[in-house]
Design a protein around this ligand. Structure first.
Ligand code: AVI
Length: 317
């Protein structure tokens, strides 16, 4: 079954303009990372996941492959599976195979990502696609659960891209959409050396740089901006105290950019940056307390030996 469920709301152009104006009016300048994922950015992210320096996705997939049958057993062998931010869906295959063609709801803002997900995962599931935000998709998907328990997947350490306060609010929101006993499988990238992390987010082939710079290109394409891409440089830093990798776009000269959709100009001093993403890193021992704080209890936790990464299975209390 390849059903395109009722479309849920997409971030509109108006919202994009408002977010850009708000972000570029702040000091330091910021842009929300969710705008990375368009028809250019989503394939670039897929390329990042194959980079030798970026071990996160391979660790995540190893854990899912190794423990899929145990996850299925802990879920009692049956569930409506709902994935937040399905991406290409490659890693999810192991879970779907273990459950034996379950109902599977893929939620993503990107039509291209959902299309790839449908191609990859329809042989292993009864797939339903929800194009839209996590919140809307979760509401629509859980309404279709019937009498089945629900297993929500939030893999890939996307939780690390939320600000800590927003991450807790989001996890509580997921809990509020579930019934007691429903399960939540969530991936967390763990703290590792600063060198390893900077290499992972500033790869020598420049794929992550292209992913970051595409945000400027996207504003040129969609919002009538006139960013000169060669006048900005990708930068990744590890902030050890905050336990996060920060991605920035550094202005290489004094310049003014016009944003046509808002009829506004923004000035950039030489060396000034736009902070485009934070990728928070976790320690395994803090995760069960986060679960409890958000209305869950930890059922199991699996760690990867090669690239510090945790897959946690939580149950809604
Ligand atoms: C999607 N997310 C978990 C990625 C990360 O590692 O924070 C996004 C990314 N940004 C640069 N490389 C990958």
């Amino acid at each position: 079954m390849h059903v395109q469920a009722r479309p849920t709301s997409l971030p509109a152009v108006d919202e994009f303009v408002q977010d850009v104006v708000a972000g570029l009016s702040r000091t330091p300048k910021t842009l929300p990372p969710r705008y990375f994922y368009d028809d250019v950015g989503s394939p670039l992210f897929e390329a990042i996941t194959a980079l030798p320096e970026y071990g996160l996705t391979r660790a995540d997939e190893r854990l899912l492959r190794q423990h899929a049958h145990e996850i299925c057993r802990l879920a009692g062998g049956r569930a409506h599976i709902v994935e937040l931010g399905s991406g290409s869906g490659r890693k999810t295959r192991w879970i779907l195979e273990a459950f034996g063609k379950p109902a599977y709801h893929a939620i993503d803002v990107s039509a291209a990502a959902l299309d790839q997900c449908r191609r990859e995962l329809s042989p292993y599931s009864r797939i339903l696609l929800h194009q839209g935000t996590y919140t809307d998709g979760l509401r629509t998907a859980t309404a279709l659960r019937g009498r089945d328990p629900v297993l929500v997947l939030f893999i890939g350490s996307t939780i690390g891209n939320f600000q800590p306060h927003d991450a807790l609010a989001f996890l509580r929101h997921v809990r509020s959409a579930l019934h007691p006993g429903d399960l939540f499988l969530i991936g967390f990238d763990l703290v590792k050396s600063g060198r390893t992390l900077v290499d992972a987010y500033d790869d020598p082939t420049g794929v992550t740089a292209a992913f970051n710079l595409n945000l400027l290109a996207r504003m040129n394409r969609e919002l009538g901006a006139d960013f000169h891409l060669r006048s900005f440089a990708h930068e990744a830093r590890y902030n050890e105290d905050a336990r996060r990798v920060e991605m920035h776009l550094r202005s290489l000269r004094d310049q003014t950019v016009f944003l046509g959709a808002a009829q506004r100009q923004f000035h950039f001093a030489p060396g000034e940056t736009i902070w485009t993403e934070s990728s928070h890193k976790f320690v395994a021992s803090e995760l069960s307390a986060i679960a409890i704080d958000c209305g869950f209890r930890e059922v199991a936790q699996w760690l990867d030996a090669e690239w510090p990464f945790a897959e946690s299975l939580w149950s809604a209390v």
